[in-house]
Structures are given as structure tokens and as C-alpha cells.
Design a protein around this ligand. Structure first.
Ligand code: NAD
Length: 341
């Protein structure tokens, strides 16, 4: 009605309406693990907001969802400060946007530097803190600065090492200092299907997708519930790489394996835009055959020094990009809207 008409002519009103709609849906998604709209619909809201803010930079606000990591810190868990911020990733929605990012990297360094291609695991981000080689605590990403303490739940995830392997300790500069290792906790597709089937049989509503199922399982009050969920991890990052005697993302992945973590085997060190595209094509082709969900490919500048040189925006590193696959919405979503906020 009147409000929609006003938004059509008043960008400030439209921006405000989009921000409210995004915040509301982020709350349902991150805090309640129960989204009401599909990821595709959510992404188009963000896309429209980003475009409007780009057209009207005077309307950008530091509290806009475009300017921060879109998580949530619940009150039922103790807060944990991350060693360094946990960022989100900027998206490339198609090959053209991927090339734009590759172009920016090439302009920055004068050539395409070595890059690492990884699968983008569609799970929930977890930060694992180790001290003296032992798992001390685990946290969700939260708002990027502060996460939620889910240590007791993460301890039940069978492939999370409670102790790092001895052979890996020598690469830690000071083992007595806490060090934060990061990855993705996910629920395999088949486990998600059976969990939802069981919920349905009991007259309860299930999770919208494996990612929400993983996030919801990690954010249980009772660790016994988490222990009965089939969760696995892929670890791929360190909070502060200066704590390790390693220089590159590739070496980090090899080290994480030696330390006892599950590292995804589909990783590749590449040196050209063509190889990046080939990795994306191949991964998209293998997507349905994998036992877990992926929603894209993450491309990262390999050298930590080169990563630091490129730096970060308010919400994401400039040295990485998430090439997003087209959404696969075979899930039970409540309203798939053409948005009218
Ligand atoms: P994101 O999940 O798209 O990308 C960032 C995350 O990717 C990182 O935090 C990390 O956890 C993960 N990741 C997986 N594999 C990785 C790898 N190999 N290397 C590095 N990181 C890896 O971004 P986001 O900000 O967490 O969430 C946005 C997503 O959530 C979008 O897909 C959006 O549609 C969805 N969302 C949906 C709703 C909804 O209502 N449906 C609401 C909010 C968010």
C-alpha cells in the first residue's frame, strides 16, 4: 500500500525496510536455527541492500547488515572473545564476479599469486582453542568478535581431537599460549534426512537444511542431545597465524592434518584464473555425489604475508572469495517470497 509506494520513491525508506527484514531473518536463522525464507530469498535482500547503499553511500550505517558479520550471541551460552575476529566471506554469485575478484588480486600484486581452492562446507563455523596441545574451549562465530561457549557440546563431536598430535606441536611457537583453530562443523546429508524423518514421526518440525541442523545441534542446552547427533568437522584456519611457524594456507592445511584434524581432501594449490575456474566447475559437478553439502568454493591467497597485505573490509577478508553455487532449495521452506518488505 502506501508504505510500499513510499519505498519505491524514497531510497532511505527502502533501505530501512530491507535492513529490518534482513535483521529479522538473521535472527530466525542464527539465533533460532529456524529460517523462514530460503537462502536465495535472503541473499536477494542483501543484494538489493548492497546495491542501494552503493548508490547512496551517504546512507551507509555501521550497524547495517552489509557492514558486519551476520551472527548472533545467545544468552544461554557464556560469551567467548575470539583471538582475532572471525570474518564472513564476500560472495561471487557467478563466473563474472569471480573474475572481478581475480582481477582485483592481480591488480594488487601485479600478477596472480599462488591461490588455494577449497570446498565451501555448508555447516556452522566453530573456533577450537587449544592450550598445551589440549582442547580448552570451543565457540560459535557469533557476531565475529564474540562467540558462544559450546565447549561441552563440541567435546561430543567424535572427530574433534581433544589433544593435538605430538608431531604437530613443534610448529606452535609457544604451546603454553592458547591458539585458536577454526573450521566447519557439519551434518552429513543422510544423517540430516534421518534426523528430520525421526522428528516428523514424533510430530515435531525438523530443521530447514543440514546447516541449520548442525548449528542447532551445537547450540543445545543438553550435551547428551548433541552427542546423539551425527556431526563431523573440516578444519581449515587459524585465528592468529603468527602463532604458527608456517607461511601459507597450503602448509596450514597439511599441518592441521598432522595435528589430527579432518581436513577436506578436495583442496588444490593453483596459479592461474583458468585453474580456479576449472576447480569450481569440477566441484559443482561433484556436488551431488558428496555425502555432505557444499554451497560453493572458497578461493584464498596462499601466502599469509600476502593475505595481510590485502587486508579486510568490515565483514570479510579481501584476500578470499566465496564462489557460490546456485541454491539447491529442495528443503521444506515455509515461504519462498518475492520480497515485499
Ligand atoms: P557464508 O556462510 O556464506 O560464508 C562464510 C562462512 O563460510 C565462514 O564463516 C565459514 O564458516 C564458512 N566456510 C565453509 N567452508 C569454508 C572454507 N573452506 N574456508 C573458509 N570458510 C569456509 O556467510 P555467512 O555470513 O555465514 O552467512 C550467509 C549465509 O547464510 C548465506 O548463504 C545466507 O543466505 C544464509 N542466511 C540465510 C538466512 C535465511 O533467512 N534463510 C538468514 C541469514 C543468513
Amino acid at each position: 500500500g502506501d508504505e510500499l509506494a513510499a519505498q519505491a520513491t524514497d531510497p532511505a525508506a527502502r533501505i530501512e525496510a530491507l535492513r529490518r527484514e534482513i535483521e529479522h531473518n538473521s535472527y530466525l536463522y542464527y539465533a533460532l536455527d529456524a529460517p523462514a525464507i530460503s537462502d536465495g530469498a535472503f541473499d536477494s535482500l542483501m543484494h538489493e541492500l548492497r546495491a542501494l547503499e552503493a548508490e547512496h553511500p551517504e546512507l551507509i550505517d555501521p550497524s547495517s547488515p552489509t557492514q558486519r558479520v551476520g551472527g548472533y550471541v545467545g544468552e544461554q551460552f557464556a560469551p567467548i572473545q575470539h583471538e582475532r575476529r572471525m570474518y564472513s566471506l564476500d560472495d561471487a554469485m557467478d563466473a563474472g564476479e569471480l573474475d572481478e575478484w581475480l582481477g582485483r588480486v592481480e591488480d594488487f600484486f601485479g600478477e596472480i599469486p599462488p591461490l588455494v581452492c577449497e570446498l565451501k562446507i555448508d555447516g556452522s563455523s566453530v573456533a577450537f582453542t587449544f592450550e598445551n596441545g589440549r582442547l580448552l574451549k570451543a565457540a560459535t562465530r557469533g557476531d565475529g568478535t564474540t562467540g558462544e561457549d559450546i565447549t561441552v557440546n563440541v567435546r561430543t563431536v567424535r572427530d574433534v581431537p581433544l589433544r593435538l598430535r605430538d608431531e604437530a606441536l613443534s610448529a606452535i611457537r609457544d604451546t603454553e599460549e592458547p591458539i585458536e583453530l577454526r573450521g566447519e562443523c557439519y551434518m552429513p546429508k543422510s544423517s540430516f534426512e534421518s534426523l528430520n524423518a525421526a522428528a516428523e514421526a514424533n510430530g515435531k518440525s525438523g530443521f530447514a537444511n543440514p546447516r541449520n541442523a548442525a548449528a542447532g545441534s551445537l547450540r543445545q542446552k543438553d550435551p547428551q542431545v548433541t552427542a546423539h547427533r551425527d556431526l563431523s568437522t573440516f578444519v581449515y584456519a587459524v585465528g592468529d597465524e603468527r602463532k604458527l611457524a608456517l607461511d601459507t594456507q597450503w602448509d596450514l592445511l597439511q599441518w592441521l592434518k598432522r595435528a589430527g584434524f579432518h581436513v577436506n581432501p578436495d583442496i588444490e594449490l593453483v596459479h592461474s584464473a583458468e585453474e580456479v575456474h576449472a576447480f569450481c566447475e569440477r566441484s559443482l559437478g561433484r556436488r551431488n555425489a558428496l555425502p555432505y553439502e557444499i554451497d560453493g568454493v572458497v578461493v584464498k591467497v596462499n601466502s599469509f604475508a600476502q593475505q595481510e597485505a590485502m587486508g579486510y573490509t568490515a565483514r570479510a577478508p579481501r584476500w578470499a572469495i566465496a564462489f557460490k553455487f546456485p541454491p539447491e532449495e529442495k528443503t521444506t521452506l515455509l515461504r519462498d517470497i518475492t520480497v515485499q518488505v
